[in-house]
Every structure is written in C-alpha cells, then in structure tokens.
Design a protein around this ligand. Structure first.
Ligand code: NAG
Ligand code: NAG
Ligand code: NAG
Ligand code: NAG
Ligand code: NAG
Ligand code: NAG
Ligand code: NAG
Length: 310
C-alpha cells in the first residue's frame, strides 16, 4: 500500500458538466487553490479503488490531488465493489473583500432578519447558498438554504427567523451572520457582525386616514402591525412630512416630529406622508408611506415630481 500522487492539470473551464447541488453535500472538502489535498480511505481494506470523473479508476489507500485541486466527487470502493467512503472536493474561492451581506428586521421579538447578499461573481449559477445566525449566549440557529439563480441579477435574498432582541439589554446587541455558497467547483465563505439597533427598521405606519373636523384636517394612523407589542413598552416616534405644491420640484417641505405616542396630527398642507422609528433607540427610520392628499387619496408616485430634496 502506498501513496498515489496525481498531478491533475485540468482547468475549471474544461470540466465535465456537473449539476448544481440541491442539498449541502456530505463529506465536503474545501481545498485551497494551488495546493495539494490528500484523500484517504480510512478502512481496514487494502488496495481500495478510487473513482472520480477526473481520475477514472485508481488503486491505492490515499490519493493526492495536486497542483490545482481538482474538483468533484472522489469515492473509494472495495475490491468487491462496495462503496466505502467518498469526498467532494471544491476550491476555496473566498475573496479577501467580502461582497456584502445586508440585513434588516422590522421588530424585536421573534422577528425575521431579511437579508441580501451580492452573489460572488465567480460562482456558476445556480449555486446553493446557506446562511445562519450566530449569537453568543444563544442556542444554535439552523442553516437556511436558498438557491442563487441566474435570474437573481447577482443578488440573493434570504430570511433568517427566530431572532429575539431586548433593546434594554445591551450585551446581546451583536449578532453574526455567516454565509456559505457552493457550486460544483468552488466554495465561498462570508460573515458579518451586526449591531441589532442598526438593523432595526420598522415598517411604515399603516391605515393612514384623513378626517375633517370643522375647518381642520387631521391625519390618523396606526402602528405597523409587525412592530413589537405592547406599544406602550416599545413606542415609536413618528414624523409627518408636508408640502403644498405638486408640480414644483423644489417645494418647501415641512417635517414635524411626534414624540408623545400620539397617532393623530393636524395637517396644514395639502400633501403629506409619514414614517416612524423606535422612540428610544437610534434605529433606522422606516420607509415613507405613499404621499396622501388632504382628501384622503393616495397620490400616484411620480418619481420626478416627488423627489424630495435633502
Ligand atoms: C459522491 O459519490 C457517492 C458514491 O457514488 C454518492 O453516494 C454521493 O452522494 C456523491 N456525492 C455527491 C455530492 O455527489
Ligand atoms: C469518510 O470521509 C470523510 C472525509 O471526506 C471523513 O471525515 C470520514 O471520517 C470518512 N469515514 C470513514 C468511515 O472513513
Ligand atoms: C440604518 O442606518 C445606517 C446608518 O445610520 C445604515 O448604515 C444602514 O444601512 C441602515 N440600515 C437599514 C436596514 O436601512
Ligand atoms: C416565531 O415565529 C415563527 C414563524 O416566524 C413561528 O414558527 C414560531 O413558532 C414563533 N415562536 C415563538 C416562540 O413565538
Ligand atoms: C426557528 O424555530 C422553529 C421552531 O422552533 C424551528 O423549526 C426552525 O428550525 C428555526 N429556524 C432557524 C433558522 O433556526
Ligand atoms: C386597518 O383598518 C382596517 C379597517 O378599518 C382594519 O380591519 C385593520 O385591522 C387595520 N389594520 C391594523 C393594522 O390595525
Ligand atoms: C413647520 O413645522 C414646524 C414644526 O416642525 C412648525 O412649528 C411650523 O409651524 C410648520 N409650518 C407651518 C407653516 O405649518
């Protein structure tokens, strides 16, 4: 029994077609580019037979895949054709610059992180992507799997559920999102630390209605239904942006803050919209609602006309 060394000088463009993974493969070996990997069939058997797309068949206890580690499934078999073990070899293509994971969540309790990842451009699509949350002091989260498809325009989105966060406890602020992506040839790893208060972004206020009382117009609204309850414990701050002109680009806008938990506001302009954020913690502002007219009608968005000037 000895070592069998292979110099597999195949290039990734010249490979046999392999289809994308639909489940994460067992016995995955992530090899460094331009390095040698050694595969061993740890069995009491002598002269096992190695098989793969590349090598065909080869006899020996161990094989080394040399130079450019050759990707694919290497299985070892006994002389009487019993499957003993197998290893799937891919090349680590993790770039030094991460391509970017972004997440946000609209609530504190049992919420879901909505995340996007800019698909690494070396991946052959469709590629299998999996992500999970890690938090110190919490039980392990499960991996969430998504398929990055050619139609995804280089961004894949995924939802990571079961996240609870108490804004009054500072120690659990940090969480880490870990992501792995795999096509038949390469593997990519990425992770990102996030601070909870930076990724909280409420949904915008709901059920915005206008009432006329005498000569005055009042706008009323409700908390976004996704926001953490009870609202007395998790109050939101609201803001109302108002203006009069429709056709002019440089309307004078007027923004009023509502810090006392009220969900009613006297409007003095013709057009307005609302957004909200956590009252006590420096979370992100929600998106704005659509513009609403004083007669209660929602205005059709015309980007050119309503682009606000910051
Ligand atoms: C590798 O080959 C073994 C033996 O044929 C098979 O059981 C296993 O599912 C294969 N793995 C992958 C990821 O194709
Ligand atoms: C099969 O191979 C994997 C590595 O690909 C190794 O971790 C595992 O121990 C092997 N199993 C046996 C029974 O040798
Ligand atoms: C929240 O705001 C910070 C800057 O204040 C920004 O970097 C981050 O991308 C925002 N997050 C979301 C989910 O909008
Ligand atoms: C949390 O939400 C998920 C769905 O997003 C649900 O399946 C689960 O039961 C909820 N857990 C608790 C403790 O409310
Ligand atoms: C979320 O919790 C549910 C119910 O406990 C569980 O089935 C699911 O696997 C969890 N998801 C993650 C990503 O941990
Ligand atoms: C919005 O108003 C409708 C009808 O008045 C009501 O059925 C619904 O529950 C309200 N939504 C919320 C989030 O309260
Ligand atoms: C504009 O908003 C401020 C509060 O942010 C308010 O004091 C002021 O009266 C508003 N202007 C008009 C014309 O309503």
């Amino acid at each position: 029994m000895g070592w069998f060394c292979l110099s597999v000088l195949l290039f990734m463009s010249a490979v046999i077609e392999l289809s994308a993974f639909d489940t994460w493969p067992q016995n995955l070996l992530v090899a460094t580019k331009n390095s040698e990997v050694s595969l061993e069939c740890r069995m009491e058997q002598e002269n096992v037979i190695w098989k793969s797309h590349r090598i065909g068949e080869l006899i020996g206890q161990r094989i080394k895949v040399n130079d450019q580690p050759d990707t694919g499934n290497y299985s070892c078999w006994s002389q009487n054709k019993e499957l003993l073990n197998f290893t799937y070899v891919v090349i680590d293509a993790t770039p030094s610059e991460p391509s970017g994971i972004e997440c946000h969540t609209n609530s504190y309790v049992n919420s879901t992180l909505h995340c996007t990842w800019n698909i690494n451009d070396q991946l052959v699509l469709p590629a299998l992507v999996r992500a999970k949350i890690e938090r110190e002091g919490f039980k392990d989260y499960d991996w969430v799997y998504v398929l990055a498809k050619e139609t995804d325009q280089m961004t894949v989105t995924f939802d990571l559920p079961n996240v609870t966060f108490c804004p009054f406890e500072d120690v659990y602020q940090t969480l880490k999102v870990t992501l792995e992506a795999l096509d038949p040839f390469i593997y990519v790893f990425e992770s990102k630390f996030m601070l909870f208060r930076k990724i909280v972004k409420p949904d915008h206020p709901q059920n915005v209605t206008v009432q006329k009382e005498g000569k005055d117009y009042y706008v009323t609204w409700e908390y976004p239904s996704s926001w953490t309850k009870p609202h007395s414990f998790f109050p939101l701050q609201f803001r109302v942006e108002q203006h009069n002109q429709v056709r002019s680009m440089n309307y004078r806008k007027n923004i009023s803050m509502i810090n006392d938990g009220e969900t009613k506001f006297k409007v003095s302009f013709n057009h307005f919209r609302l957004s909200c954020k956590d009252l006590y913690f420096n979370s992100n502002w929600s998106d704005w609602t659509d513009w609403i007219n004083r007669d209660g009608k929602i205005q059709i968005r015309k980007k050119k006309e309503y682009r606000s000037r910051q």
